[in-house]
Design a protein around this ligand. Structure first.
Ligand SMILES: *Cc1c(COP(=O)(O)O)cnc(C)c1O
Ligand code: SF4
Length: 347
């Protein structure tokens, strides 16, 4: 067993283990964990400072997960967009390949909480081969996104087999990996893994930091190893009520990410997933946050704010509206909050 696997095995997976450190209602949380699994890595657990803090909220089960019954389990209609199991083909040129059924830790707000860490998400070697076959015989696909679960929880051997399989497909321009491992289990980013990733080019890795306190020295070193291996690093943040729905928190997060060579890519509006209602914010809250960042933060640090539409209709950007038309005149709001008339070309 490698060191990271030993550490992963030390994760907290039951409310009783939490109760040894914090006052929690074991019986109530056990009901939640029966439905949606819990796993908190030793590294992530050390980041908790107090009950209910932004780290706690992301990883400790909450009874409200069982109250939110109005929403669908699969709002993005991923199951109906899967030509073969564990592969979602929503856009003509891109395929989302769910190669791993488990994650280092289970995020309470996860859009795939219906199945991550559950038996239905187990991916077999046969599924992997069927997915690779589908990609190989579908030449419109140029971009494959390995996700899950978390692809970096697979063994180096299996990951290499998948990456080698993908690099033999001539119509692919790039491969992306989506992984929260740099945040939750940074020790998984070993030199051996980086050597394996270096051979597969061009490779983009979108990681998933949601709060500046997740940018630890260990996470920064993991990102440095990946960047040094030639992996292009991006970040996807989910806008979460009570965790990061605050312009100052996101400003610090996005600045901190650029400092560790990770480019903020998307800020996701919460999906309408059953069991996650207590994390939902209004779209207007996200827009207001973006407006307050614009003009006071490096443009490189500002991600695109997106909504993944229900029913698998795809992602759309949500942008503050700076341009206003009044009759023949065009007025533009300035980042400072003023307004100037812009000499629009007449058609
Ligand atoms: C998000 C997503 C993608 C990738 O979208 P980009 O906007 O290119 O990052 C591809 N397929 C599915 C099913 C997705 O949900
Ligand atoms: S790491 Fe990603 S896939 Fe896994 S539980 Fe968290 S959000 Fe879901």
């Amino acid at each position: 067993m490698e060191d990271w696997q030993k550490n992963l095995a030390q994760s907290l997976t039951t409310p009783e283990q939490l109760a040894a450190h914090f006052p929690v209602d074991v019986a109530t949380l056990a009901l939640v964990v029966e439905r949606y699994p819990m796993r908190i890595t030793p590294h992530y657990f050390r980041l908790i400072r107090a009950v209910g803090d932004p780290i706690w909220r992301q990883c400790v089960p909450d009874p409200r997960e069982l109250d939110d019954l109005d929403q669908p389990e699969d709002p993005l209609a991923e199951e109906s967009l899967s030509p073969v199991p564990h592969l979602v083909h929503r856009y003509p040129d891109r395929a989302l390949f769910l190669v791993s059924g488990t994650c280092a830790g289970y995020c309470r707000f996860c859009t795939r909480k219906r199945k991550v860490g559950c038996a239905t998400m187990r991916v077999t070697m046969g599924d992997v081969r069927a997915g690779l076959d589908y990609i190989a015989r579908t030449p419109q696909i140029r971009d494959v996104i390995l996700s899950g679960g978390d692809p970096l929880l697979m063994s180096d051997l299996l990951l290499k087999e998948i990456l080698d399989g993908l690099s033999r497909i001539p119509h692919l321009d790039l491969v992306r990996i989506g992984s929260r491992v740099p945040v939750m289990l940074p020790e998984r980013i070993t030199e051996r893994l980086c050597a394996l990733l270096r051979c597969c080019c061009p490779l983009y890795l979108n990681t998933h930091f949601n709060h500046p306190r997740e940018i630890t020295p260990e996470a920064a070193e993991a990102c440095a190893r990946l960047a040094d291996a030639g992996v292009q690093l991006g970040n996807q943040t989910v806008l979460l009520k009570g965790v990061n729905d605050d312009p100052e928190v996101l400003r610090e997060l996005f600045r901190g990410l650029l400092k560790i060579r990770v480019r903020p890519y998307y800020l996701h509006h919460m999906d309408l997933t059953r069991g996650t209602g207590h994390f939902r914010t209004a779209i207007a809250d996200g827009v207001a946050i973006l407006e307050s960042l614009r003009g006071t933060l490096s443009g490189l640090a500002i991600p695109q704010y997106v909504i993944d539409l229900p029913g698998g209709k795809g992602k759309v950007p949500v942008c503050p509206d700076y341009v206003q038309r009044m009759g023949d005149e065009v007025w533009v709001r300035t980042p400072e909050g003023g307004r100037i008339r812009f000499p629009e070309v007449r058609g």
